[in-house]
Design a binder for this molecule. Structure first.
Ligand code: E4P
Length: 215
């Protein structure tokens, strides 16, 4: 499973990159706002050191505008993937961009049928938002499983990118189901290292080592 980092904060991406944990990056307008920096400069900087895909969101609401934005974004780096919203105009744009060999990530997906439409349009990635579904009392993970089944039934190559991840269990369940990628906020990715028995075990080993070193 690949890990993308769901942030536009360059220092946080660099820290995880140094640990070898960054297979790609996803951004959105809210994450860019949170980072508080110029959009283009931020994406160019991320793209300069991250080898894998960097998702950048199109802001137009019509297909023609999205395609124009996508053509501009791909000049920002060698690994740009254009995020396109799950709308009828968005799916027109995905079809056109697929013909131009521009990679797309269909965002704001909340049902397996939306994912099917995105795959039929030729999306490179589809992003089901698990946490936001959980927030309204649905079981977000169910749609990851349904999308996996549908894509496997028909051999769609569109990758499932589990998004809106809120805790480590979302990553675990996505991996068990077979999502291709999880895009994970930095603070949650760091939590994946932790286990209290690791800390207790390490402390004990180091204490014991001090004893026999003295002997
Ligand atoms: C994915 O690409 C989105 O940027 C992100 O996962 C949305 O997560 P949120 O629901 O925490 O805003």
């Amino acid at each position: 499973m690949e890990f993308f980092i769901d942030t536009a904060e360059v220092d946080k991406i660099k820290e995880l990159h140094d640990m070898g944990l960054v297979d790609g990056v996803t951004t959105n307008p809210s994450l860019i706002k949170k980072a508080g920096r110029d959009h283009e400069q931020t994406i160019k900087e991320i793209s300069s050191f991250v080898k894998g895909p960097v998702s950048v969101e199109a802001l137009s609401e019509d297909a023609e505008g999205m395609v124009k934005e996508a053509e501009e974004y791909v000049k920002w780096g060698h690994n740009i993937v254009v995020k396109i919203p799950m709308t009828p105009e968005g799916m027109k744009a995905v079809r056109k961009l697929a013909k131009k060999n521009i990679k797309t990530n269909v965002t704001l997906v909340f049902s397996p049928l939306q994912a099917l439409i995105a795959a039929k349009a030729g999306a490179t990635y589809v992003s089901p938002f698990i946490g936001r579904l959980d927030d309204i009392g649905h079981v977000g993970m169910d749609i990851i499983a349904q999308i996996r089944d549908i894509f496997d039934n028909y051999g769609y190559e569109t990758k499932i990118l589990a998004a809106s991840i809120r805790h480590p269990t979302h990553v675990l369940d996505s991996a068990l189901i077979g999502a291709d990628v999880a895009t994970v906020p930095p603070e949650i990715l760091k939590k994946l290292f932790n286990h209290p028995l690791t800390e207790i075990g390490l402390k004990k080993f180091l204490e014991d080592a001090k004893q026999w070193k003295k002997e």
